[in-house]
Design a protein around this ligand. Structure first.
Ligand code: AMP
Length: 515
């Protein structure tokens, strides 16, 4: 069996070349057109095995991902707009790609310093169809079909926030993503008439679901422009989208600004929310806006390939008590989920513990991080598990309920952020150990931002923020930094983060002058 991610796309391109494959930046591309471009870009990649795709929401980005897969390489999505130079350089140093594909935003990032560590092969896909400069300067040579790949070959490496201050690369195999996509195909039953939203950044693995669910079934991918991401109502109705996929934060924002109107999205037949807890009232508001749609909560860490436990909102399972969330639900086929205590002993139904995942969707591990991989993917009773760090409880129906984190990882607009990583950088730029980062504010259970605290630091908050912006993706940079005379401590001597948040909750503008 050929596990190349691009093979189902190739089959669709042969069977129905006229069908719409992709709509991006106001232009539409058929399967035939996209496959022709992909085959040529794949030829340009030669025998590269790891391909960085420094591109986002452009034709070049999608050709880049398809071509990397087509040529048999693993792709590494790198956001040209979200990653500051230092972090981009750090990731390139870790992964050392054989080739880099850039769109115009990616090309603009190629400073002499980054060029010095970038691979010699940089494929410029910054133009529109027929104007892709590098492709046109090549001969008409093209790779006719995706190369044969096995289940253990690599699909992609996604970098995510690491507690130590260094991003870590999650390595996903082709067999894992194939298993996940097949499970979702059986659930959603996409057909060629489906129009699927592409909302997620390519460096967030939900994008793999959005693209390849569509391309495996002859359906069309509709890329929501960055400017419409928080208010996509017109985009959904103008294009008659049938399948919606996003983080719940987008729906929460729409609800907040009252664009989630009852009956607004009659064309939607399936809506998948992934990446964050899905509050029941939000699911109900979406259901009212999209009355013909199934509303699904898909839970999963990058390390278990996009999503691995899922439930539909509505009658399937009761809501999570107290938190009033749509439950995470049941494991997808080929996935095992269980609850363990602190000593990694399995707990019975009803007990609260850590959610652990096993089965075919588990990542190979963290790129070049064997120790961290062993720590997070231990063998328990002869089987390899991933320790999610999520607190959970299984109810009497077998459904898992998300109860929060055991550590200080948070989600910001669905993006995973380790507060320790922000603190590590804050320590370094302020040259002080007296730092803290807290999630604030939190609205309807969804974190809206981060506030940093320092004490005894000579640099001003503004100077510290400027330095952080050079190191961290924008979404990880605190909204403000507050300088206090002293950080509060608990009786055991730890920084008392609750004491930092409480005054903010009571008086949200309290520190505005101090910061
Ligand atoms: P990521 O690897 O970016 O997908 O982040 C994985 C983490 O996001 C999980 O370990 C959870 O803490 C959280 N998460 C993802 N999906 C859900 C969901 N449907 N409900 C609650 N938390 C979720």
């Amino acid at each position: 069996m050929n596990f190349n991610l691009a093979s189902p796309f190739y089959e669709q391109a042969r069977a129905q070349p006229e069908n719409l494959a992709l709509r991006v930046s106001g232009k539409a591309y058929s399967y035939g057109e996209l496959a022709a471009l992909t085959g040529r870009a794949a030829a340009a990649l030669g025998d590269a095995r790891k391909v960085g795709v420094l591109a986002s929401r452009t034709l070049g980005a999608y050709v880049g991902i398809l071509a990397s897969s087509w040529s048999g390489a693993a792709y590494i999505p790198l956001s040209p707009t979200k990653l500051p130079d230092e972090r981009l350089a750090a990731i390139l140093e870790i992964i050392r790609p054989d080739a880099l594909i850039v769109d115009s935003a990616g090309l603009a990032r190629m400073t002499p310093a980054l060029r010095a560590i970038a691979p010699p092969l940089i494929l410029d896909l910054s133009g529109q169809f027929n104007l892709l400069p590098e492709l046109n300067s090549l001969t008409k040579e093209r790779v006719e079909a995706p190369s044969l790949r096995g289940a253990d070959d690599l699909a992609y490496v996604i970098f995510t926030s690491g507690t130590t201050g260094v991003a870590k690369g999650v390595v996903i195999k082709l067999g894992s993503i194939a298993q996940f996509l097949e499970a979702m195909r059986v659930r959603i039953k996409p057909v060629s008439a489906d129009r699927i939203s592409q909302t997620s950044e390519l460096s967030f693995d939900v994008s793999v679901f959005e693209m390849f669910l569509a391309w495996g079934s002859g359906a069309s991918v509709y890329v929501v422009p960055a400017t419409q991401l928080m208010s996509p109502s017109h985009f959904i109705t103008d294009h008659g989208l049938t399948i919606w996929s996003s983080v719940p934060s987008i729906a929460a924002f729409m609800r907040g600004v009252k664009t989630l109107k009852p009956g607004a999205f009659p064309s939607l037949r399936y809506s998948v929310f992934c990446g964050e807890a899905l509050p029941y009232p939000l699911a109900e508001a979406w259901q009212a806006a999209a009355p013909s749609s199934i509303v699904e909560n898909l839970y999963g860490p990058t390390e278990a390939t996009v999503g691995c436990v899922s439930a539909t909102a509505g009658s399937e399972f009761p809501a999570t008590p107290t938190l009033n969330l749509v439950p995470s639900g049941l494991p997808l086929p080929g996935v095992e989920a269980a609850v363990v205590d602190e000593s990694l002993a399995f707990l019975p139904v009803g007990e609260v513990g850590q959610l652990v995942i096993a089965g075919g969707q588990l990542a190979e591990g963290y790129y070049n991080e064997p120790e961290l991989t062993r720590e997070r993917f231990p063998t328990i009773d002869g089987k390899r598990w991933y320790l999610t760090g999520d607190l959970t409880r299984q109810d009497e129906h077998g459904a898992f309920h998300h109860l929060g984190r055991m550590d200080r990882q948070i989600k910001l607009m669905g993006q995973r952020v380790e507060l320790e990583e922000i603190e590590a950088h804050l320590r370094s730029v302020s040259n002080s150990d007296n730092v803290a980062a807290v999630a604030w504010p939190i609205e309807d259970g969804l974190v809206q931002g981060v506030v940093g605290f320092t004490s005894g630091v000579s640099a001003s908050p503004q100077e510290l923020l400027d330095l952080l912006r050079r190191r961290l993706p924008l979404y990880m940079v605190p909204r403000r930094i507050v300088q206090l005379d002293e950080l509060p401590h608990t009786s055991s001597g730890k920084i008392d983060r609750n004491a930092l948040v409480l005054p903010l909750n009571e008086s949200p503008s309290l520190y505005e002058e101090a910061s």
